[in-house]
Design a protein around this ligand. Structure first.
Ligand SMILES: CC(C)(COP(=O)(O)OP(=O)(O)OC[C@H]1O[C@@H](n2cnc3c(N)ncnc32)[C@H](O)[C@@H]1OP(=O)(O)O)[C@@H](O)C(=O)NCCC(=O)NCCS
Length: 167
């Protein structure tokens, strides 16, 4: 009998750059995020190494293969209680609970260990899987950002969503 595949979450490391670039270059990930086309491992490595204190980066590994990531960026000064995040799951490994595990870990770390009160994000108006995931985790839509980003030849609107910690 085959062993059950094991999913591990851990901090992002600079040596993940190559696998993360592969993930970022997948068509579904590019479409759902603001990633530029043809990301190189060197660019991704710089991005990983450019994290500020208080930022958080996690990857999901399924039997050692990098299948997802999530990153938190905390704001400063009078917005220090707020943080934004972005996430992606490998095109071939969606709808298996990986996004939920990543988001659950991020919310737990942000709210219960970093004292973040407000988690915020933007999402393309038609990214139904992501919007459904965020609603499942009690994010609420706060507004529409018109012509927010350029995607596949057209400007698209985005929603801004947020979740307030109930501590
Ligand atoms: C959004 C994304 C992270 C979801 O990851 P995932 O691993 O597929 O999510 P999960 O399997 O944990 O699903 C969690 C919930 O999300 C919702 N969901 C996920 N995929 C869905 C789909 N195709 N249609 C409708 N709802 C969906 C459901 O509510 C689901 O809960 P359920 O399975 O109990 O019904 C993934 O689709 C992705 O990486 N997309 C490309 C990049 C992207 O859009 N990132 C977000 C930028 S804002």
């Amino acid at each position: 009998m085959d062993a059950k595949p094991s999913l591990l979450l851990r901090a992002t490391r600079p040596e993940d750059a190559e696998a993360l670039a592969d993930l970022m270059n997948l068509p579904g990930v590019r479409r759902g995020t603001l990633r530029l086309p043809f990301q190189s491992p060197q660019e991704v490595r710089k991005w990983i190494e450019g994290r500020q204190p208080g930022d958080l980066g996690l990857v999901a590994l399924l039997d050692g293969k990098l299948v997802g990531n999530i990153g938190l960026r905390r704001h400063a000064g009078r917005r220090a209680h707020a943080a934004e995040f972005g996430m992606a799951v490998h095109d071939d490994f969606r709808r298996r609970g990986i996004g939920s595990m990543l988001l659950d870990a991020l919310i737990d770390s942000a709210e219960r260990w970093l004292g973040v009160r407000r988690l915020e994000l933007t999402v393309s108006f038609d990214n139904e899987p992501a919007i459904a995931l965020y609603r499942k985790f009690s994010f609420e839509t706060e507004g529409v950002l018109r012509a927010y980003a350029f995607r596949d030849g057209a400007f698209i609107d985005a929603y801004t969503m947020a979740r307030l910690a109930r501590l």
